[in-house]
Write a protein of this length. Structure first.
Lengths: 605, 387
């Protein structure tokens, strides 16, 4: 690596880190004062980019007018989102608030897509991008201005937080919200201000993305947002210095990582760095680990949700409807949609033991799903196994591999474990992509004594039987001694520890059980699709599993069935309004969370 | 009040769940042997594509071209007097939804052919369903050779395969007197890797040296670390095997780090065409809107008249426009039933095309026989055929 290549890579890393740092500060700020992970922040990146394109390219406004306009709009939107959706929920259910920020981000992205079209738009060169040089390394005024702006903003933020009245209130609130409230600090105002600042910073990061990258579309924010999120976690959620340092560290590491290992390795690098840091420092580089950290899911729903009483007769009726009425009367379209509902219900029902009982909100289920799918495909395609043997085997392999990979992270706590598992899921799929860069074709369909079972009805019935088995296992598990021990870890980890229960081991075990069913689900998907490639196992898939579980009632395996019917069925049902499909979907999600923040079905505590 | 609210919420949720369960069970229950046309004699084609989500841009381009072609066909007497109409279903190019869409189309007796989907990950999982429903799945945009090669009799495509495109590209670059290239390719299973393998294989054969090849992702925004490595040996030219938006980012950043030799790559697509640094880029084009050919000019003029806000007419629109005419030709040749259209596809010959001049399908590969490409240069934001 020559000297100029070295400086090239370093500069690339600094510029990239700059955007991450801006985004991470916003995420950290909101997290500090509200304890909510804010997915809507991701959308502000895309929105900031599109708005600045619209003002500069379409309306012909000068850049120095467009920039404050963008910040203003993002800030105003942030305010509205906070008072309408986030704050009412954040007070007592951060998790429900997180789910609604996800819904908000879906709505924002799609409104932006309707307003600005889905096209990638070319961002005009408002400042020269290649007019300066250090040695043989070229960069532009644009880059210098961006870095300079960040430095100024960070300095201003630091001063504001140190000396400003509201700034100090922000710090007090993020240290201890209840104590701050008792000291007469207007916590509501503080939260609004933080949200507004975070949204404006998100918009600014979006403008910088557009300036730096040259083209943008409404979906541009997702990847940058995710990395900014990781940067905030790396630095320590709630720590602003940490967010800035995290952003730059990640930017530079990524740049050098790509230089040596290629772009494909980027996600692996990002998440390996994250996981290693979290193992060594569970609170991130600059974050403090509180002595008693509440897991995001711990005990959350037991006391707060209102249980819906389910009369006994519902069970046989549901069994008859799903197992007899649908197969007999459903059209092939309903059956095919049904297969997807059932497979996701299997995956999500298995996931309830991790999310509900052990209290770990793992965000990377796409990882074990992918392991199961690939394992099953390889076993049947190349090793001559039958589907019926490959199905449980792929679940087993998913459980074993995922457990080994996840074993170091169980000491990590709170939201950090969610991010760590999110990273794990993405890294698993990235590794699979390195091993099998091409898709796998012609995965055999299930057969029964030589008869191929490839009709929608056959798939539906197979999936239904597997779901019933899954639910029975989950039910037995919950009622067993083991299940009660796992629940105790989720309900109160400190009390469990005090009683001699090794929390981490039981979390790991719960995760292995979930991974088993994820693997089984992956296998079912692979044999139905007959083709798999890594683009199928996305972060959206992981998020879908989590939303199904949260929607259905986090501790209830049968709730997952309801969640799956609504979330996958609704997407089909909303076909009558193609343009508004996602927006309506988001609104439905927000309403459900608003009226049943603990999930639709809640277990009696 | 609270109680009422709670009850209302519970009721609405229950309703929602029931509706979700019954998701369109109002729809058909008539599978198999369909496609004999609807009651009023209209011939329906289905379109499975992304209208929302990550790939919505392409779905939008397809729709505009399809709608234009349908208008023209109907104005000129339809299919032997029968009107043509399209039924769109949004798949978000997500396999979870594309299989449901496939089943919906298969079960809809009006549908006699389906266009789509966009990506391999959405198209290929739906293929067995179309095959079982004996419904032609016309993946007009599927350049992945395996879509047809590993598919059944019911998968057809008029997209030139990735392999053919990049073998041709490597030959063309070598003919320009270039001996060394730096290269980036999209590290994707369905498109980028087959493209790179085809290019590399041909380059080795003809003595074109690839000094460094970097796999990149189209979802990345910053390619500088890969690029500074790829041009470290100062190659004669730079090649990017990818799509328009990623090529736009790459060429911008390539120029920003000071590399100024010819860029072979990009795509006739709005964001790439409008990127100032893309000027002078060279690609092997299937379609260019500046092509003086009368059919092309007629199409471009009609497209602009119908969609005055669109700044560019690209190969995406052209491919979809052609596809509708090919489907109509097949229906005219074999009849408007599902079986008739399949039969018609085997006979498609010399159908006028804005991409290839004329299209003749090869029933053994279910692709276009002998597709031709044109070297084109981006000049002043427009693609112009190289002399």
């Amino acid at each position: 690596m020559g000297r100029s290549e070295l400086t090239d890579t370093l500069i690339a890393g600094l510029l990239r880190g700059n955007v991450y740092a801006l985004g991470a500060v916003g995420i950290s700020l909101v997290f500090g004062v509200m304890n909510v992970v804010n997915f809507a922040q991701f959308s502000f990146f895309g929105l900031g980019a599109m708005l600045s394109w619209f003002f500069v390219s379409e309306l012909g406004l000068p850049f120095y007018i467009a920039l404050p306009l963008v910040l203003l709009i993002c800030a105003a939107l942030g305010f509205v989102i906070n008072i309408s959706v986030v704050r009412p929920l954040a007070k007592y259910l951060p998790l429900a608030a997180m789910l609604s920020t996800y819904a908000v981000s879906q709505i924002l992205d799609n409104v932006s897509q309707i307003a600005f079209t889905a096209q990638f738009q070319v961002f005009p060169e408002v400042l020269p991008t290649s007019n300066l040089a250090i040695g043989s390394t070229r960069f532009g005024t644009s880059d210098v201005v961006m870095l300079g702006t960040t430095v100024v903003i960070m300095a201003a933020m630091a001063l504001f937080l140190k000396y400003g009245k509201i700034g100090r209130a922000i710090r007090a609130t993020s240290q201890d919200q209840e104590a701050a409230l008792q000291m007469g600090i207007p916590v509501g105002l503080v939260q609004n201000v933080s949200f507004v600042i975070a949204s404006a910073l998100g918009g600014l990061a979006g403008v910088f993305i557009a300036l730096y990258v040259g083209v943008a579309n409404p979906g541009s924010g997702l990847n940058i947002g995710l990395t900014a999120f990781v940067a905030a976690t790396l630095g320590g959620l709630g720590s602003l210095v940490g967010a800035v340092v995290g952003g730059f560290v990640l930017g530079i590491l990524e740049a050098f990582g790509i230089h040596f290992f290629g772009d494909t390795a980027r996600q692996i690098i990002v998440f390996v760095v994250l996981i290693v840091v979290l193992i060594v420092r569970p609170g991130g580089l600059f974050g403090k680990v509180p002595l008693l950290s509440a897991e995001p899911l711990t005990g959350t729903f037991l006391g707060k949700g209102r249980p819906l009483r389910i009369p006994r007769w519902v069970w046989p009726v549901a069994f008859v409807v799903l197992g007899v009425a649908v197969p007999v009367f459903g059209s092939n379209y309903v059956l095919t949609t049904g297969t997807q509902v059932l497979i996701y219900a299997i995956i999500a029902a298995g996931f309830t033991v991790t999310a509900g009982q052990a209290g770990v909100l793992a965000l990377g289920q796409a990882g074990p799903i992918a392991i199961g799918a690939y394992m099953s495909a390889v076993l049947t395609l190349y090793l001559g196994f039958s589907f019926w043997i490959a199905l449980p085997l792929s679940g087993l392999v998913a459980a074993i591999v995922a457990s080994i990979l996840a074993s170091p992270i169980w000491g990590v706590k709170g939201h950090y474990i969610s991010i760590a598992t999110l990273g794990l899921g993405i890294a698993i799929v990235a590794v699979i992509q390195l091993v099998f860069p091409q898709g796998l074709y012609n995965i055999p369909v299930p057969t029964f004594f030589g008869t191929p079972l490839s009709t929608p009805l056959a798939y539906y019935l197979i999936d239904f039987v597997v779901l019933v088995i899954t639910l029975v296992i989950m039910w037995r598990l919950r009622r067993s001694h083991l299940g009660k021990v796992i629940s105790s870890v989720g309900a109160d980890e400190v009390a469990a520890l005090a009683s001699g229960v090794r929390g981490r081991n039981y979390k790991a075990l719960a995760f292995a059980v979930s991974a088993f069913f994820a693997g089984v689900g992956g296998s079912l998907l692979a044999h139905q699709y007959t083709y798999i490639d890594p683009t199928i196992f996305t972060m959206m898939m992981s998020l879908l599993v989590v939303t199904i579980v949260i929607l259905g009632g986090v501790g209830l395996s049968y709730g997952a069935v309801i969640g799956s019917i609504i979330l996958i069925g609704a997407m089909e049902l909303l076909r009558f309004t193609p343009e508004l499909r996602i927006i309506v979907y988001g609104l439905v999600l927000i309403l459900v969370v608003r009226f049943r923040p603990g999930g639709i079905l809640v277990r009696k505590s | 009040m609270k109680k009422i609210l709670r009850r209302a919420a519970a009721t609405s949720l229950a309703t929602l769940a029931i509706m979700g369960l019954a998701a369109c069970s109002t729809a058909e229950n008539a599978a198999g042997g369909g496609g004999s046309g609807s009651a009023d004699g209209t011939v329906y084609f289905g379109v499975s594509a992304a209208q929302t989500g990550q790939y919505a841009q392409y779905g939008q381009q397809f729709k505009e071209a399809f709608d234009l072609a349908v208008d023209e066909v109907n104005a000129n007497g339809g299919i032997n007097g029968k009107k043509v109409a399209l039924k769109y279903e949004d798949s978000q190019s997500d396999p979870k939804q594309s299989v449901a869409v496939a089943q919906k189309f298969v079960g809809d007796p009006d549908i006699s052919l389906v266009f789509g989907d966009y990506s391999s990950a959405a198209s290929i999982p739906a293929s067995p369903i179309y095959t079982q429903g004996q419904l032609v799945q016309y993946g007009f945009n599927n350049s992945n050779p395996d879509f047809t090669a590993k598919g059944s009799d019911y998968q057809w495509s008029t997209s030139i395969t990735t392999t053919a495109t990049y073998v041709w590209t490597a030959d063309y670059i070598k003919k320009q007197g270039i001996n060394t290239v730096g290269l980036t390719y999209l590290n994707t299973a369905d498109w980028g890797i087959p493209a790179y393998n085809a290019f590399k294989g041909e380059a080795e054969k003809i003595g074109l040296t690839i000094v460094d090849a970097e796999g990149v992702l189209d979802t990345s925004d910053d390619y500088r670390p890969s690029l500074s490595k790829a041009v470290a040996g100062n190659p004669d030219a730079f090649v990017h095997l990818g799509y328009g938006p990623d090529a736009a980012k790459i060429v911008t950043q390539l120029r920003a780090i000071g590399y100024d030799k010819t860029f072979y790559g990009g795509q006739d697509e709005q964001s790439f065409d409008g990127t100032p640094d893309a000027e002078g880029s060279v690609i092997a084009a299937q379609f260019i809107e500046t092509n003086p050919d009368a059919d092309v000019q007629k199409f471009v003029a009609a497209f602009r008249a119908k969609y005055p806000n669109e700044t560019a007419v690209t190969s995406f629109e052209a491919g979809a426009y052609d596809a509708l005419y090919v489907a109509v030709a097949a229906a005219k040749a074999g009849g408007t039933t599902r079986a008739g259209i399949l039969d018609g596809f085997k006979q498609v010959k010399d159908v006028p095309s804005v991409v290839y001049g004329t299209i003749t399908l090869d029933p053994s590969t279910r692709r276009v026989a002998n597709p031709e490409l044109t070297p084109t240069i981006l000049t002043g934001g427009k693609w112009v055929a190289a002399s």
